[in-house]
Every structure is written in structure tokens, then in C-alpha cells.
Design a protein around this ligand. Structure first.
Ligand SMILES: Nc1nc2c(c(=O)[nH]1)N[C@H]1C(S)=C(S)[C@@H](COP(=O)(O)O)O[C@H]1N2
Ligand SMILES: [Mo]
Length: 422
């Protein structure tokens, strides 16, 4: 046998050994978890419609899949006008790192509504401190070189509370999508930014306007004027037909229904700033980069382990400052940490899925994750955040600005999981 043949013959051998070793791990699953191969669904359930015009025109999920968005409990949604304005992504039900567009979290301000905008009629105006003020149609925007990037969005209200039971309640106001559009820097160069300009103000088309002041440096760096989301036009609730993506900044900067960008020489107060963020331009500019943040989505609050044995701990990590470099998981309340694997590409300012195979011994324990981003910043615990802000660590200690502290889950000996809030 020549060397090549031998090498080739070795492949199945190695694979077979690996397969057998893998089998041993599966045998460690809780009793009854692995069903016999004969246990196929009853024939009645195999009969599906599936070819009607309605079902093929725009795909529908299986009727057995029930994940839905739910209103954020603390935010009176629906409000007095019957409008839903803060709605959580069902994080516990998701796999991988992309949030399905239909389940993206939603934050639309009090009294606001989802405008129905005809893309043929929509315009984006860029004016203010520019040499050439310009008005773009959607078609004109699409003639510029486009970019497609994965980025998370997160509302600054996304923070765990002692009353929260599930990861959807503690962390559901963040989602992750593939966005397609033109770089704002491309458009600003087309308009010619004048000397002395330092900020831009972005404005949406509905009456709340979703206006925000963004530092010009950020605007020229990586902001995206996006019309695409996960392979199709942005959904109405996410800002159809046009929104700005300000990667890594808090949600309020991500103006939906974008119709106007004014280039200016100072920070402008907008409706968004009222009772919301610190209007001091310096601290505002520093305070709105999210994370680094991570959370275990399985096992998480109100889920149930079926008994001791093999499981995979899994969750999401993200940072407003760049890519996630490392995620660690502890299964003993933070005494010892193990390095988790990153299961999806670690894009900058994007969710990454992490996982750690784990064998539960059936004893009560506390599990938690912490991440490190490309700047080397490590996600803090609530105790560290309280010490940093010189406040006592009580359940009602509220992290000022964006809360990126570590989330812990307590697994009880009966396999139930609870929010462990210090
Ligand atoms: N025009 C407009 N843009 C807006 C808002 C709004 O109410 N109107 N809400 C902001 C807030 S507070 C957040 S957190 C994000 C949420 O984006 P999403 O609804 O697509 O999740 O959009 C921002 N952009
Ligand atoms: Mo928000």
C-alpha cells in the first residue's frame, strides 16, 4: 500500500474512533432523552398542506414553532392608545446569532406609530454644514457602492431586574441582523462636509422623529444608511424603507424612517434626550457605546433540565467597542471559569453565539458567563459596577447608563432555573 492510500485508509478509521467516542457522550444524556429510531411522528402529522398559494408566496413557519415577541412588562405596552412600543425578542428560543426579522425587538416611542411609507415617495436629505446639500431617492441611494454587515442593536432599557423570570425579560431588548446599505461616509463625501462641523443630527419621518446627535467622527467611520435586513427590505417596525445603523451605540441612535441628516457644529438636544440621556455632549459621546455583554440563554430562567447528565450551555455575547475575543462560563457561581467556544463568526459590534458542553451532577448551582472584547475590556459583575460607581450593592442598585453586568442563573436540584439577582 503506498503512502497516499494508507493515509486515505486511515481517515475512516479515525472518524470511526471519533464516532464511537462521541457515542459515549450521548449515552450520558438524561435517561429517556434519546428515543428509539422507530418513534416517528404519527402519520396524521406527516400530512401537510404546504403547496397552497398562501403558504408558498411568503414562507410560514411550522405550526409547532410558537416563539413570539412579548411586550416589555415595565413599559406599559400596549399603552393608553393601544400601541405596543417596547417589545422583547424571545432570546431563549433562538439559535445561532441572527435574530429572525419577524422576532427583532421593537422600541418605538410613546404615542408613536409605525408609519406606512411608500419607498417611491421617500427621500433622504443631507444638509447643514455641507458644500452641496442633496436629496436622495431610494433608487439613487442604491446606486452607491453598498456594504452588508452584521450588527446588534440594543435599547439602553435592556437591563435585568430582580422581578424578571426569563432571559427574554432580562435581555430581550437586543437583536442581531445582517444590514445592507451605503456607508454614511460615502454620502457625506458626496455632499462635502465643511470645516468646523462636529456632529450630525438624524431625523425620522414619524411625528416622534427618533432624532439623535451623532459625533461626526462616528458618522464618518462605520455608520450605515440601511435599506436591507437579513436578505430583504427592512421591516416596517424596524424603519422601512430606511434607517441609520450606528454600530455599537445605544438603540436610540439607530433612527428609523430616516429622512434627514443635518451636519452641525454642536450637540443638539432632541426629544430623545428628554429624561433619557445626559445632555452633556462629552459624557453623552462616551456613555453610549454598549457592552461588552453576554448572557446564557440555555439553561436560563424558567427552563427545566430533565435530570443529571450532558447538556450544552449556550448564549450570546456582544460589544459596542468591536469583536468579542473570549467568553468564559462558570458553573460554580463565579469561583472557576472555563473558556467557551465561539460557534459563529465574531464580527465587530455583533452578537456571537458561544457554547460549552457541560455535565450536570444534579446538585444546585449557579451558572454565569462573562466576555472580553477586542479592546481587552472584561464584562463586569454587578458588585464591580456598584464598587465603580461607589454605591452599595443592593437589589435596587441601578447601573447608570447602559447595564452590561453579568447575569447569573440558579439551577435548583429539581432542574428548574431561576434569575439569580444579587
Ligand atoms: N424614528 C424612530 N427611530 C427610532 C425610535 C423611534 O421611536 N422612532 N426608537 C429608537 C430606540 S429607543 C431604539 S432602542 C431603536 C430600536 O430599534 P428597533 O425598533 O428596530 O428594534 O430604534 C431607535 N430609533
Ligand atoms: Mo431604546
Amino acid at each position: 500500500m503506498d503512502r497516499n492510500n494508507r493515509a486515505r485508509n486511515n481517515v475512516p478509521q479515525t472518524n470511526r474512533r471519533r464516532f464511537l467516542k462521541g457515542g459515549a457522550a450521548v449515552a450520558g444524556l438524561a435517561a429517556g432523552a434519546v428515543q428509539s429510531a422507530k418513534a416517528v411522528p404519527p402519520e396524521s402529522e406527516l400530512k401537510v398542506k404546504g403547496t397552497t398559494k398562501e403558504l408558498i408566496a411568503y414562507g410560514e413557519r411550522s405550526r409547532f414553532v410558537k416563539s413570539i415577541r412579548t411586550p416589555v412588562a415595565e413599559r406599559d405596552s400596549p399603552d393608553a392608545f393601544g400601541l405596543m412600543f417596547h417589545v422583547n425578542t424571545p432570546l431563549a428560543d433562538l439559535v445561532g446569532s441572527i435574530t429572525p426579522s419577524s422576532l427583532h425587538y421593537l422600541a418605538t416611542h410613546r404615542g408613536s406609530f409605525i408609519p406606512e411609507i411608500d419607498p417611491q415617495q421617500h427621500r433622504l436629505m443631507i444638509h447643514g454644514m455641507v458644500d452641496r446639500p442633496l436629496i436622495f431617492t431610494m433608487d439613487e441611494l442604491k446606486r452607491f457602492p453598498s456594504v452588508t454587515r452584521v450588527h446588534f442593536l440594543e435599547c439602553i432599557g435592556n437591563r435585568a431586574k430582580p422581578t424578571h423570570k426569563t432571559v427574554t425579560e432580562t435581555h430581550g431588548m437586543t437583536s442581531n441582523s445582517e444590514w445592507t446599505g451605503v456607508l454614511l461616509s460615502t454620502l457625506l463625501k458626496e455632499c462635502g462636509v465643511q470645516n468646523g462641523a462636529t456632529w450630525i443630527v438624524t431625523e425620522g419621518a414619524e411625528e416622534i422623529k427618533g432624532a439623535s446627535s451623532v459625533p461626526l467622527g462616528k458618522a464618518m467611520d462605520d455608520c450605515l444608511i440601511a435599506w436591507g435586513m437579513n436578505g430583504e427590505p427592512i421591516r416596517p417596525q424596524q424603519g422601512f424603507p430606511l434607517r441609520i445603523i450606528v454600530p455599537g451605540f445605544e438603540g436610540i441612535f439607530q433612527t428609523k424612517y430616516l429622512r434627514r441628516i443635518k451636519v452641525v457644529d454642536r450637540y443638539y438636544m432632541t426629544y430623545n434626550d428628554y429624561g433619557h440621556i445626559n445632555p452633556d455632549p462629552k459624557t453623552t459621546a462616551l456613555g453610549n457605546q454598549m457592552g461588552p455583554k453576554s448572557v446564557i440563554t440555555y439553561p436560563s430562567g424558567e427552563q427545566q433540565l430533565s435530570g443529571p447528565g450532558a447538556y450544552e450551555i449556550s448564549g450570546l455575547a456582544w460589544s459596542g467597542a468591536g469583536a468579542i475575543r473570549n467568553v468564559e462560563v462558570s458553573t460554580d457561581g463565579g469561583k472557576n471559569w472555563k473558556q467557551a467556544e465561539l460557534r459563529t463568526p465574531a464580527f465587530r459590534m455583533a452578537h456571537v453565539r458561544f457554547a460549552l458542553p457541560w455535565r450536570w451532577d444534579g446538585k444546585e448551582c449557579v451558572i454565569l458567563s462573562r466576555c472580553t472584547d477586542e479592546l481587552g475590556t472584561i464584562q463586569p459583575s454587578r458588585a464591580q459596577a456598584a464598587a465603580y460607581f461607589n454605591k452599595p450593592l443592593t437589589p435596587d442598585f441601578r447601573v447608570p447608563g447602559a447595564d452590561n453586568t453579568i447575569q447569573s442563573w440558579r439551577i435548583m436540584s429539581n432542574g428548574s432555573v431561576r434569575n439569580e439577582f444579587a
